[in-house]
Design a protein around this ligand. Structure first.
Ligand SMILES: *[C@@H]1O[C@H](CO)[C@@H](O)[C@H](O)[C@H]1NC(C)=O
Ligand SMILES: *[C@@H]1O[C@H](CO)[C@@H](O)[C@H](O)[C@H]1NC(C)=O
Ligand SMILES: *[C@@H]1O[C@H](CO)[C@@H](O)[C@H](O)[C@H]1NC(C)=O
Ligand SMILES: *[C@@H]1O[C@H](CO)[C@@H](O)[C@H](O)[C@H]1NC(C)=O
Ligand SMILES: *[C@@H]1O[C@H](CO)[C@@H](O)[C@H](O)[C@H]1NC(C)=O
Ligand SMILES: *[C@@H]1O[C@H](CO)[C@@H](O)[C@H](O)[C@H]1NC(C)=O
Length: 589
């Protein structure tokens, strides 16, 4: 069917407008193409290791229907931790907390971005799946144990933002429920990956570090907006730095900033944006320019303290919405957040005065939604902590090289960027004098080519990032070493052809992307590999998909201290034709 259609297309000779930019669409397919009753959608990733345990408490914390919520304030509801669910210290009362987000929707609707904040600190960034006439539903489970200091507080507001438009064309209302599940068992495991649960109350304090790699922070302070348009900052351009003044307790001994980001409007497909000169020379009307390099950065009192090239999440209306049923793109239901170690900068933060924490996006165009959380560990034995930064001879530097070559609508553009940075500082707390060395490197490669009078577009991107944190004591002995390496390649092809009618066009789309991670944290190691390959075509009128077909293949596999998991699926025409999973460790990792 695919081949005969192509042949037919080649015989057609209408001129085609150069609209080969990855774009955002809704599905207006006749419901006869959807053979299912209400269908479950999902994001394929790692199950939570404590999924196999029974929670000791579960709490429904939010129920709301998001109809025509555009330009309205976020939905807010009071939160208090469950009573009778916490055991006594040393642990904060539970071993793990899972957030379970459930949503359903029916009708026609675009994908929408959503955020969930507890006490102003973001705990989930998610996007919605595009519904069908028969209805869809899905569930997202996320480990939110690291927000325990907030989860144990009473009188906070849980806030959710999901800007939706409901009118006679877009009928889908998103019905959302959020549950928090509290667990009271840690998982202990041996070399054979046999996991046995250990009750929180049976652990003695000095065993905790042996069982739990990371104790959650004592304090979480949001770098977020207080406006009534949601707690995220909206970045409209490259000079748009949003900041907040925050006072850090004088007994802070470790600080990590966690960044949440998503990209929308003319920067939704930032990795496929050509330089402005291509757009102006060809008199194109698209606002999707500024080249394809974006870096989200964090500043403290105007000084750059860390940055990240975000993983390019594709939302469910993106490129070809038929790819994303019933499996959504990597990260679409649980967007990754990025953690940057700020401990080497404690010297300037411990003076008891407010400091300005800023977030910006290099070369951004409208719009990005960003915010962050400061995770702070305190010295409970002391009122003040002393810290000093060591200044290194080489300041952090980024090198960006751009090449561009085009003739009318055809040509190619490439960008190579490299950043490497290193920060060192010591912290003297009641537990001793420890020096933290943070180093980060990344390589970014992007190339965009246009052919056939701009109707064929090929985007290739590769990001490789490496981050290492080393803590040594005063004798120079390593106390902790943690290392994360990530790679995320992306290839997208879009080819525009004439449609079967004057007011429609045909898009052939191919996409393949993956996320590979390798991490080491003390004696814990983790490897994960997630890859999707999608192929399809669609006939489009304006932004509505009238007809089409697609398939997506995905493989996920991981290996960590809890064991192994892998799953392979094939989705064709909106249903799973293969779904194979195993908890056995395969020889290839
Ligand atoms: C929670 O939200 C309500 C209503 O929006 C507001 O009046 C109250 O001040 C908020 N509470 C906190 C702790 O922010
Ligand atoms: C791992 O499995 C082997 C073979 O079944 C067994 O002999 C060994 O005792 C196990 N090790 C542990 C730590 O349970
Ligand atoms: C802490 O350790 C660093 C590195 O060994 C050293 O330079 C510094 O003087 C020490 N600080 C104090 C207060 O002893
Ligand atoms: C998509 O990939 C397939 C298989 O690799 C290839 O045959 C096809 O030509 C590609 N589509 C486009 C529009 O390049
Ligand atoms: C997905 O896998 C099937 C079966 O292995 C294969 O026939 C198909 O071409 C693959 N599709 C993509 C988009 O890679
Ligand atoms: C699932 O995996 C098993 C074992 O590798 C294989 O025999 C089987 O054919 C697979 N099933 C499908 C539907 O791919």
């Amino acid at each position: 069917m695919y081949a005969s259609l192509l042949l037919l297309l080649l015989l057609l000779t209408n001129p085609v407008s150069p609209s080969s930019f990855p774009d955002r669409f809704t599905k207006s397919l006749p419901s006869s193409l959807h053979r299912h009753a209400s269908q479950e959608y999902f994001e394929l990733g790692q199950p939570l290791p404590f999924d196999r345990l029974t929670p000791s408490c579960s709490l429904r914390v939010l129920t709301h229907s998001f109809a025509n919520t555009i330009n309205g304030p976020p939905f807010s509801t009071p939160y208090s931790p469950p009573s009778g669910c916490s055991s006594s210290p040393p642990w904060s009362g539970w071993s793990h907390v899972a957030l379970e987000f459930r949503a359903k929707c029916k009708g026609e609707q675009y994908d929408r971005i959503a955020g969930l904040w507890l006490g102003g600190a973001e705990i989930l960034r998610t996007s919605t799946a595009e519904p069908t006439e028969d209805g869809i539903f899905w569930k997202v489970r996320k480990d939110i144990t690291k927000y325990s200091s907030l989860l144990s507080r009473s009188g906070l507001n849980l806030t959710m933002m999901l800007e939706n438009v409901v009118d006679c064309d877009y009928t889908g209302v998103y019905h959302v429920e959020v549950h928090f599940l509290f667990y009271d068992h840690f998982l202990s495991y041996d070399k054979n990956a046999t996991v046995s649960p250990v009750r929180v109350s049976s652990i003695i304090p000095n065993q905790i570090s042996a069982i739990v790699p990371d104790k959650p922070a004592d304090l979480i302070l949001p770098i977020s907006d207080t406006g009534n348009k949601g707690s995220w900052f909206r970045i409209e351009g490259e000079l748009d730095l949003h900041s907040k003044a925050i006072r850090i307790p004088r007994n802070a001994r470790r600080v990590v900033v966690e960044l949440y980001v998503s990209f929308h409007g003319n920067d939704e497909f930032w990795y496929s944006n050509p330089p402005d000169i291509y757009i102006s020379t060809n008199h194109l009307t698209t606002g999707r320019g500024h080249g394809a390099y974006r870096e989200v950065f964090v500043t403290v009192d105007g000084e750059l303290v860390g940055s990240e090239v975000p993983f390019p999440v594709v939302f469910t209306g993106g490129i070809n919405p038929l790819f994303w049923e019933p499996v959504v793109a990597i990260g679409a239901f649980d967007l990754p957040s990025y953690e940057l170690e700020l401990t080497p900068f404690l010297e300037k933060l411990l003076d008891g005065k407010p400091h300005s924490f800023g977030i910006g996006v290099t070369d951004a165009i409208s719009y990005w939604l960003v915010d962050a959380n400061l995770h702070i560990w305190l010295d409970h034995q002391s009122k003040t902590v002393q810290a000093r930064r060591s200044f290194l001879p080489l300041p952090p530097a980024v090198r960006v090289k751009r090449r561009s070559q085009f003739k009318q609508l055809d040509g190619s553009f490439s960008i190579r960027a490299e950043r490497s940075s290193e920060f060192v500082g010591w912290v003297l707390s009641s537990s001793g004098n420890f020096t933290t060395r943070v180093s980060q490197q990344y390589e970014f490669r992007n190339s965009i080519s246009f052919a056939n009078s701009g109707t064929y577009k090929l985007v290739k991107q590769k990001v490789r990032a490496k981050r290492e944190v080393k803590v040594v004591d005063q004798m120079g002995a390593a106390v902790l070493r943690s290392k994360v390496k990530r790679r995320y390649p992306l290839n997208v092809i879009t080819a525009t052809l004439p449609g079967s009618r004057k007011d429609t066009y045909l898009l052939l789309t191919n996409l393949s992307h993956s996320l590979k991670e390798k991490g080491l944290h003390g004696r814990y190691s983790r490897r994960a590999f997630n890859r999707q390959d999608s192929r399809g075509w669609m006939e489009v009128k304006d932004h509505s998909v009238l007809l089409g077909s697609a398939d997506t293949n995905q493989t996920f596999s991981c290996r960590d201290e809890y064991g192994c998991y892998s799953r392979t699926i094939v989705a064709r025409y909106g249903s799973l034709t293969t779904d194979n999973s195993t908890f056995h460790c395969l020889s290839v990792s």
